[in-house]
Design a protein around this ligand. Structure first.
Ligand code: PLP
Length: 380
């Protein structure tokens, strides 16, 4: 963690590993080190831990343990879901619909799925960053096999109307894939009915490099990782025992404390936003007109470059980002804000602040003060 005086406001990029989760994982690095696929006592010991973690996670998600496929993170889960479903169903459906505000893991997987002969249609959000059910319905065709809309956007935090979209998609006989990477552990999964969804442990205070594709029974999909027989032959590769043990614990812990955390984090985010809007001129809240995750605040600062703001905040000990961590550093403007139809100046001047469990009101007040100085230095 950054030292006391530093302020971490980039929880959408990653969260710190929970201390209790780390302790639970520790024995599985060296003590219980067996390969869960091995046919001896060492393997059985590790396999038992994975089975318990799978059961614990399935209970937290309200699904059957057989519907969980452990992966090396959210990106791999999205690849397995999108490409796996598109490939398996290419014979009956040659079209997939994808929201234009998805994470690159979904967008690139959909574009790669064209190799299986499917066409891709992208759906733009409204000006608040919401993918409307009617826009999804309009984009669907008789041969649409798969629709992908995320639970909540990683840049704006805008929560998508998944229940209504699911009803439309099911009414037309297609599958719905929902990337739940940003909302998992914060909002109950029951809000996001889908045929399959992606999770990533490091977004809910679990370890990095661990995730899951949750794919409902009866959904046809093909493996995207050629190799061993692990995960019922659908995801080859030695099972990462400590990461899975940690992910299951982190998810159930996060969901247990979600209600309380959400109220506290939303209060910090709201305090931050109102102080910034009151104290700094020319600030707009991107996605502010829609329901958002409690953690996210995406702000544009008139006359400034988002990259410069992030750079100067970093120099002053405040960690933020201009958008997705995997694309920050790239000079291309946010595809999410662009798809929302915000003008170029507003897109380029955007900064994402994301709050978490360990932030305090004192940090919020301090961050506002630093931000105010940074903005006036840039404008000055
Ligand atoms: N999907 C969304 C919405 C994300 O925000 C991210 C990561 O930022 C991913 C997928 C990729 O997850 P991972 O970092 O575990 O590969």
């Amino acid at each position: 963690m950054p030292s006391q005086s530093k302020i971490y406001l980039d929880h959408a990029a990653t969260t710190p590993l929970d201390g209790g989760v780390f302790n639970l994982m520790a024995p599985y690095f060296s003590g219980v080190f067996g390969n869960p696929s091995s046919q001896h006592f060492c393997g059985r010991e590790a396999a038992n831990a994975v089975t318990s973690a799978r059961d614990k996670m399935a209970v937290a998600l309200g699904i059957s343990p057989a519907e969980l496929y452990f992966t090396g993170g959210g990106t791999e889960a999205d690849n397995l879901g999108i490409k796996g479903i598109a490939q398996a169903n290419a014979g009956r459906g040659r079209h997939i619909v994808v929201s234009a505000i998805e994470h690159p893991a979904v967008i690139e997987s959909a574009l790669d799925a064209r190799a299986y002969g499917v066409e891709v249609t992208f759906v733009n959000p409204d000006e608040n960053g919401v993918i409307t059910p009617s826009a999804v319905a309009d984009a669907m065709r008789a041969d649409t096999s798969l629709v992908a809309v995320m639970s909540a956007n990683n840049e704006t935090g805008v929560i998508q109307p998944i229940e209504e979209i699911y009803n439309i998609v099911k009414g037309r006989g297609a599958y719905l894939w929902c990337d739940c990477v940003q909302s998992a552990g914060m909002l109950p999964m029951s809000r996001f009915p889908a045929d399959g969804f992606a999770l990533s442990a490091h977004k809910f205070y679990g370890p990095k490099g661990a995730g899951a594709a949750c794919i409902k029974k009866g959904v046809r999909f093909l493996r995207q990782m050629s190799g061993g027989h692990q995960e019922r032959g659908l995801r080859g590769g030695t099972i990462n025992t400590p990461a899975i043990v940690g992910m299951a614990e982190a998810l159930s812990l996060s969901l247990k404390r979600a209600e309380e955390d959400s109220v506290r984090i939303a209060a910090l985010r709201d305090l931050f936003e109102s102080e910034v809007v009151n104290q700094i001129d020319g600030v707009t809240v991107n996605g502010g007109g829609a329901e958002r995750l409690p953690s996210h605040s995406n702000l544009s600062f008139e006359g400034c470059e988002g990259q410069n703001i992030v750079f100067l905040l970093d120099l002053n000990g405040v960690a933020t980002s201009t958008g997705a961590a995997c694309s920050s550093g790239a000079t291309t403007p946010s595809h999410v804000l662009t798809a929302m139809g915000l003008g170029e100046a507003r897109v380029k001047s955007a900064v994402r602040f994301t709050f978490g469990r360990n932030n305090t009101a004192e940090e919020v007040e301090r961050a506002v003060g630093i931000l105010k100085k940074v903005i006036s230095a840039i404008r000055g």
